[in-house]
Design a protein around this ligand. Sequence first.
Ligand SMILES: CC(C)(COP(=O)(O)OP(=O)(O)OC[C@H]1O[C@@H](n2cnc3c(N)ncnc32)[C@H](O)[C@@H]1OP(=O)(O)O)[C@@H](O)C(=O)NCCC(=O)NCCS
Length: 146
Amino acid sequence: MDIEIRKPNSDKEWLDYYDLRYRILRKPLNQPLGSEKNEGDEAGIHFALYDHKILKAIARLDLQENKIAQVRFVAVEENQQGFGFGKKIMLEIENYCKEIGREKIILHARDYAVDFYMKLDYKVVEKSYKLFDVLQHFLMEKQLAN
Ligand SMILES: CC(C)(COP(=O)(O)OP(=O)(O)OC[C@H]1O[C@@H](n2cnc3c(N)ncnc32)[C@H](O)[C@@H]1OP(=O)(O)O)[C@@H](O)C(=O)NCCC(=O)NCCS
């Protein structure tokens, strides 16, 4: 199988995972190295998409109360965006959430990523926070079961 979606499983894979998160989600906002990690990384469920063993996309899933799961830190390698990797990793996370009995996925989308999630049937709930006082986010959700 050319595409694998799984947790990173070596020191090198973890380095690549956080490096991708930093380069795509923190560096463009002028944030220092180290800012890509947070306290939720220990408990979080990590997904990494490898295409022919090369890391292309990442995301973290946090389990919350009331059968809710939150997707965070979704990022696709810069020159690999628009090729379907983001969609693939989001669908894998959705399947995983169904398997473990989660009923709803929520996320805070960057303003320019809202349409990407809408294509995956997420609905905007409300305007949420501004990351680093500049980047507007929108709370979105997708119901998985009634
Ligand atoms: C946003 C992001 C995760 C999308 O992943 P991707 O691999 O580029 O997107 P895909 O190729 O899987 O696109 C799936 C569909 O969404 C559309 N799409 C992708 N990014 C989009 C965007 N920013 N706005 C609108 N539509 C978008 C694609 O055109 C495609 O549409 P189609 O199914 O009709 O062909 C990725 O571009 C990325 O990492 N961007 C920078 C970081 C970021 O914004 N992360 C999200 C933080 S909330």
